[in-house]
Write a protein that binds this ligand. Structure first.
Ligand SMILES: [Zn+2]
Ligand SMILES: [Zn+2]
Ligand SMILES: [Zn+2]
Ligand SMILES: [Zn+2]
Length: 484
């Protein structure tokens, strides 16, 4: 017998067919479907520095190249650098001690430098002068290839713009044929160029000129000769940078440790996640980077009954073994649960509507490039062919609502029942039988599929929609290996 607490032993089937532990699944209250990281949209909500927790809008983050301006990483070991203060000794002057105010002026001044507590690298090692202020003010280095990179960026922006325009023109033609799409230009009498101006996009003329004036790079076979001492001079590995150190500063790629400069810290992002079928948010973090809370947090863990394996007997081919499961109702409402075989689930495919037409407006078609490919995957059913079969009893179990105060109760009620082992507030232990297939080979993984049919009360229903729903969750139980 084995006692298992690891979540990977029980996996749930997502509406897209993926099988994942409940802790990595979401539950869309609007579609009433389980969603996983694969079938939701991930969006960047805000950028922030994980060290100083400064928050910034994405436009500013882009301008700063996604790096914090006041925090630095060690160029040698990539640990965060700390600011250290020292007292700079005042210069000796002949009239020492002649007046109070003079003495004050000559008091040692605090100066700051950057230091790594991990490898002892300091900004003094590479001759960066100490700064009079604790944060900021560190000399910025200019990328030697900045001009060329900007040229390239402009060129690729122009190409992207041109492609977008072509795509838009094609779509407009398509919708014009259907006759139900009113473009901004049709409605307001604006010309395309004016609309682009309003939207802040470059006009097609400037796009054309950016493409025409671009000078492509040319490959050359002439390579600078290596200096003679490259072969003769003895190498001191302590003075040569490693590959990771070089690549951490791709603009300069210093080859000698004396050229290592502090690396501005990369920003982190907070993500929000959106259901792809209905566009509602599944998670939305608090904007404040210091907060770990969420405004919206539709995790499957809070909505779908959780199943844990308490214990099981070893599986033998053609034999029946005992299986103890624990069921938990995470919601604030009483829940009726039935156990079914996966093939007994009625087809609910019709509830999945065709995804909404994505081109709702000109604005949306300008910046929304969702693909519809995922939809085909959603239609796929989870592959739940299993080697073992749970014998599902024909009973409806009632799970009480979650009660946080009941967590402190020690007493569990033992039902005089063949199926229910004990109950305790919103939890229930079940005694079930598992049949292992006759021709299953010894040593192969023992897996059993099971479907939970449960009553779910939607607490935020749209008007005129039923509050209570019968939902299904199919799960896979990993029951070790089949013994011989
Ligand atoms: Zn949804
Ligand atoms: Zn999924
Ligand atoms: Zn920072
Ligand atoms: Zn370091």
């Amino acid at each position: 017998m084995a006692y298992l607490t690891q979540p990977d032993y029980v996996k749930y089937a997502c509406s897209c067919g993926q099988i994942k532990p409940i802790t990595s699944l979401y539950f869309c209250r609007h579609c009433l479907q389980i969603r996983c990281g694969f079938c939701i949209c991930h969006e960047v909500d805000s950028h922030y520095c994980a060290n100083c927790l400064e928050n910034m809008p994405s436009s500013e983050a882009r301008l700063k190249k996604n790096r914090c301006s006041s925090c630095f990483d060690c160029p040698s070991c990539f640990h965060t650098l700390s600011t250290r203060a020292t007292l700079a000794q005042p210069r000796q002057t002949p009239e020492q001690g002649s007046g109070d105010s003079k003495v004050e002026n000559k008091q040692a001044k605090k100066m700051y430098y950057l230091s790594c507590f991990n490898c002892r690298w300091t900004s003094r090692d590479v001759g960066i002068p100490d700064q009079p202020v604790a944060s900021g003010g560190w000399p910025e280095r200019v990328n030697p290839n900045a001009t060329r990179i900007n040229q390239l960026l402009d060129y690729y922006k122009a190409i992207a713009q041109q492609e977008k325009q072509e795509k838009l023109d094609r779509e407009r033609k398509k919708f014009a044929i259907r006759g139900k799409y009113i473009t901004l230009t049709d409605k307001t009498g604006l010309t395309g160029a004016m609309a682009r101006n309003i939207a802040g996009l470059p006009s097609s003329e400037s796009t054309m000129s950016a493409i025409a004036n671009f000078v492509p790079s040319e490959a050359s076979a002439d390579v600078e000769e290596l200096s003679e001492d490259f072969y003769t001079k003895e190498l001191n590995l302590n003075q040569i940078t490693s590959m990771p150190q070089r690549l951490a500063a791709p603009e300069w790629q210093p080859s000698s440790v004396s050229r290592l400069y502090p690396i501005a810290k990369l920003l982190s992002v907070k993500r929000s996640q959106r259901c792809r079928a209905c566009d509602h948010n599944l998670t939305k973090p608090e904007y404040n980077p210091g907060s770990i809370k969420f405004k919206i947090e539709l995790l499957a863990f809070y909505h779908v009954p959780e199943v844990k394996i308490i214990s099981y007997e070893p599986m033998k081919p053609g034999c029946t073994s005992a299986l103890l499961l624990k069921l938990t109702n995470p919601t604030g409402h009483e829940m009726q649960v039935r156990l079914l075989q996966p093939e007994e689930v009625p087809d609910t495919e019709d509830r999945l509507e065709e995804p909404k037409s994505l081109e709702k407006s000109l604005e949306k078609s300008l910046n929304l490039e969702k693909d519809n490919l995922w939809y085909e995957t959603v239609q796929r059913k989870a592959d739940v062919t299993a080697t073992c079969r749970v014998v599902t009893p024909d009973v409806t179990l009632t799970l009480a609502q979650r009660d946080d105060a009941a967590e402190y109760d020690d007493d569990a009620t033992h039902d005089a029942n063949d199926i229910i082992l004990w109950r305790k507030s919103n939890k229930l232990a079940l005694r079930l039988q598992v049949r292992c297939g006759e021709e299953v080979e010894a040593g192969s993984a023992a897996e059993a599929a099971l479907t939970l049919q449960y009553r779910y009360r939607n607490t935020v229903p749209a008007p005129h929609e039923p509050r209570d729903h019968t939902l299904h969750a199919t799960l896979m139980l990993q029951l070790g290996h089949v013994s011989g």
